[in-house]
Design a protein around this ligand. Structure first.
Ligand code: NAP
Length: 685
């Protein structure tokens, strides 16, 4: 089918086929010209079959892949989409987005895939079980233990997305879902579904994902909710009213379906009392408010809706913002000089204008309507001018704290004390983000503690970070995106935190050996495997979890300590000054350097000749438990704790659980040694 035909009628991708909805479908229009871009209808889809396909076809195939294999798929997919980005940019103009707006949506979304791909490799094992936390000791002798594991849920992840970021909104949910090993059913918001459908089409065409891993529904979700079960997850982004309706769906409640929601929020920014006009913080504040109002025409869930300024700075802030907004060129986003396009559609414009009218009952208008709409018709396109309001008397205001005009709209509010600023920001009853512009770090701390309970993210901008700041409105893959209360009460992204929604945590109890066998990770108390071959002579596939070396013993002498002090330059009194060391209440005399012990331990456990161990790339969890004095004798236990072969590489990581004990069998130091080990025999290479 040609592209021209495709844009006429969007198709859903369900149960392995492209499905054209029956009936006429909803008309989707270009936000600037009003011309029909596409029609969408999901009529005729069997939603029970869609969920069954995800659970029975997509899920099992995805779960057979390891976390690293799934991460590799995400990376390949990100590369493929990046190669096709220009066609996404071209179609994105129809949503009203300028090229700069589309960058956030398109490359921000693809960047999120890349970010999850690399986190998956770095932070998850090349296996099927993610271990959460450390072993829990459950008995006196250590013979009975507990451990938490996380495995992919066996249901389907239903993603319901908002219209404002059709690409990012889809990819930021798909990345953690697929990495976790769950299949997804994506339902883009209908208004901009044509862009989501194009990107999705390229995903399917790439052939990188197994069948059933992703499905797409263009149009409504019909009776899908009635088919949800206890292994499914719903991840919703949109308005609080839709979220409120869906989270109390009888099937969601009855089957305890995991429900995540990101909803509207009244975000704020605060100009610190120190940030008077002329300071870099004041200038950055003005730039950021203007940018947040106009980027994506203010249709960002994170956009600043309330700008709080010290009462003394209200008029300078009004003047500076008026001047900044006067420079914004509004019009057809295809035109290079245009800085702000229309809203996504006329329905959104009607909604935003109604909300502005309500806000104006508590605030005055500062900016005038844009005098010119460049290259487009003011009425046919969904244009709304940047609208700055000021509430000179903020006490008693209600609407400013509860009404979100999802467009280029922001209200300036004066505050008195720092406590007033916190109270005004928190009256949003739970927000995605607040940002503070101050060079006063004591103030930053006071505001952080007051704002954090009500906000999912806090940004502090001063002159030192202003240039590199990612900005108020940008959710980042490594940081949580979400917020309490009105913002939906959930978190997305935040690195692995976002993956956890799609995994089921289960507490295991048993003997350390059984738990090690289940998790693929050795733990103290589990069986050790000792053999004639030094573990450093074994390739990664040959090494077994639990393979252990018990070293010979070595006496630590005063000469060792002095030589190490001279060699390293570490002449701390506890090692070199007997009189001073005696006064130390913890040591009562000279002790060996901890770093000497680690070095001496390496001398005890390494196998020197060329072999499969390629590198030691670090230590983790190092603790010095007891002092070692001259005359003490130490020895080492080194156990293969975990191993992870890198996908498509001839080597992988091996973690060695290491304990140094003294002549009385007491642990003096414990740590993990991290090595790279070859997967191939290395002799003769
Ligand atoms: P909406 O009406 O709630 O729609 C959001 C999504 O829900 C759309 O995909 C919509 O599909 C779907 N939907 C609506 N009714 C449904 C139902 N009964 N069953 C299943 N799905 C249903 O929100 P919107 O007005 O389009 O989006 C703008 C809002 O989203 C703003 O308030 C904004 O703050 C919020 N938002 C929040 C975030 C965040 O991360 N917190 C991000 C972006 C946007 P249709 O399009 O087919 O109706």
């Amino acid at each position: 089918m040609s592209d021209a035909e495709r844009t006429m009628q969007l198709k859903s991708y369900v149960t392995g086929e492209w499905h054209a909805g029956t009936g006429d479908g909803e008309l989707l229009r270009d936000a600037t010209t009003g011309e029909v871009v596409a029609t969408a209808s999901s009529a005729g889809i069997d939603f029970g079959a869609v969920l069954a396909h995800a659970r029975q076809v997509g899920g099992p195939t995805l779960r057979r892949l390891t976390f690293h294999e799934r991460a590799a798929v995400l990376k390949a997919l990100a590369k493929r989409l990046m190669e096709r980005k220009e066609e996404f940019y071209t179609l994105s103009f129809a949503t009203g987005a300028t090229r700069a707006d589309s960058w956030i949506d398109i490359e921000g979304g693809i960047g999120t895939l890349f970010a999850y791909a690399s986190r998956g490799v770095r932070e998850l094992p090349n296996g099927h079980v993610h271990i959460d936390g450390e072993p829990e000791a459950l008995s006196k002798t250590g013979g009975f233990s507990g451990r938490h594991i996380c495995v992919p849920r066996e249901g389907a992840a239903v993603h319901i997305n908002a219209f404002n970021f059709p690409v990012w909104g889809m990819l930021e949910k798909l990345a953690p879902t697929l990495l976790a090993g769950m299949p997804a059913v994506v339902k883009p918001a209908t208004a901009t579904a044509y862009l989501a459908e194009l990107v999705f089409r390229r995903i399917v065409e790439s052939g990188l994902l197994p069948e059933g891993a992703v499905q797409l529904v263009c149009g409504g979700v019909g009776d899908l909710f009635t088919h949800l079960g206890g292994q499914d997850v719903v991840s919703f982004t949109g308005s609080a009213s839709t979220a409120a309706q869906l989270r109390v769906h009888p099937t969601v409640i009855g089957n305890a379906v995991r429900f995540i929601s990101e909803t509207d929020s009244i975000n704020s920014c605060i100009l610190g009392g120190d940030a008077a006009p002329g300071t870099p913080e004041f200038d950055t504040f003005i730039r950021e408010v203007a940018r947040e109002m106009t980027a994506k025409a203010g249709q960002k869930c994170t956009a600043i809706r309330k700008a709080l300024v010290p009462a003394a700075q209200l008029e300078p802030a009004v003047a500076a913002l008026r001047a900044a907004l006067a420079k914004v060129i509004v019009g057809d986003p295809r035109r290079e000089e245009v800085r702000m396009g229309p809203l996504a559609g006329l329905a959104q414009r009607r909604e935003v204008l109604a909300r502005i009218a309500e806000l104006r009952r508590e605030a005055d208008l500062v900016t005038e309507a844009a005098t010119e709409i460049v290259g487009a018709d003011r009425e046919r396109g969904a244009f709304v001018a940047p609208t700055l309001l000021v509430a000179r008397r903020a006490e008693g205001a209600q609407r400013l704290h509860s009404i979100e005009a999802f467009g280029p709209v922001c209200t300036l509010l004066p505050y008195g004390t720092n406590a007033d600023a916190i109270a005004l920001a928190n009256r949003g009853e739970g927000s995605l983000v607040s940002s503070v512009f101050t060079a006063d770090q004591a103030l930053a701390r006071e505001l952080a503690l007051g704002l954090a309970p009500w906000h999912g993210r806090l940004l502090f901008v001063d002159r030192d970070c202003a240039r590199e700041s990612t900005g108020h409105g940008s959710p980042l893959p490594g940081l949580i995106h979400g917020g309490p209360g009105r913002a939906g009460g959930s978190e997305e992204m935040g690195g692995l935190r976002g993956v956890m929604h799609y995994l089921q945590r289960s507490a295991l109890q048993g003997s350390p050996s059984t738990l090690a066998a289940i998790t693929g990770r050795w733990q103290r108390g589990a069986r050790e495997i000792t053999g004639a071959v030094h573990p450093f002579r074994r390739t990664l596939p040959e090494l077994e979890i639990g393979e252990t070396l018990h070293s010979a013993e070595r006496e630590v002498t005063l000469a060792d300590i002095e030589r190490f002090a001279a060699l390293s330059g570490d002449t701390f009194y506890a090692h070199v000054d007997e009189a001073a060391a005696k006064r130390n209440p913890l040591f009562g005399g000279r002790v060996a350097h901890g770093y000497f012990l680690i070095s001496a331990a390496a001398g005890l456990f390494v196998d020197p000749p060329y072999g499969p161990v390629l590198a030691n790339y670090g230590l983790e969890r190092l603790r010095f438990a007891k002092p070692v004095r001259p005359g003490d004798r130490i020895k080492v236990r080194l156990t293969c704790k975990a191993k992870s072969l890198r996908v498509d590489k001839g080597y992988g990581e091996v973690v060695w659980d290491t304990e140094i004990t003294n002549q009385d069998g007491e642990i003096v130091a414990s740590y993990d040694v991290l090595t790279m080990v070859s997967a191939e025999p290395v002799e003769g290479r």
